[in-house]
Design a protein around this ligand. Sequence first.
Ligand SMILES: [Mg+2]
Length: 213
Amino acid sequence: MKFYALDRTIKALIFDMDKTLYTSAEYVGSQAEKLNAIVAEQRGLTPAEIEKEIEEARKNWADSHGGSRPSFSNIILSWGFTMEENVRWREEACVPEDYLKKDPKLRETLLALRSLYKLGVITNNPVSIAKRTFACLGIENCFDALAGLDTCMIAKPHEEPFKKISGALGVSPEYCVSIGDRYDIDLAVPLKMGMGGILVNGVEDVYSLKGAL
Ligand SMILES: [Mg+2]
């Protein structure tokens, strides 16, 4: 776990979802595999060919964005697909029920944190998938605000979803801390907006947040 700019009064915590509120290499892998297969079919390529193209696109993006990594959404939008298609394909590709189970320790952690802070979630998956993921983990009703890919129709690391959640929580960025597993996607922009940040390695780090803050 790594902390950034936490010397502040904290009033709200904004969590990423995938690989932050759960740790499941199998589920994350299945999402990528299914999404790749859908996009490959759309482009008339094999899964191996699309993986090569994605790697190439990541390199090009990094070269033109100061070395930062793009989200998968950024890549497929740069290929001319629409955000509506991106949302629909993710709804097809994500089946949290097949991989995730109730996490009482996470629920207990979130409820304890919620007695101290407002809690929000921003995910680059659609809102419907986020709600199903919360149900699988047993953490429904643990958050004060949620923004998915189809809330602003724009993906992290754009600042729009962070502004949206800060507004929905009624907490200005200087009192917010963004928590996620990818620095370039979850932390770089919020830090620029004046938030604090915590880089986690998975849900195991989230369990220890209360003591760490
Ligand atoms: Mg993540």
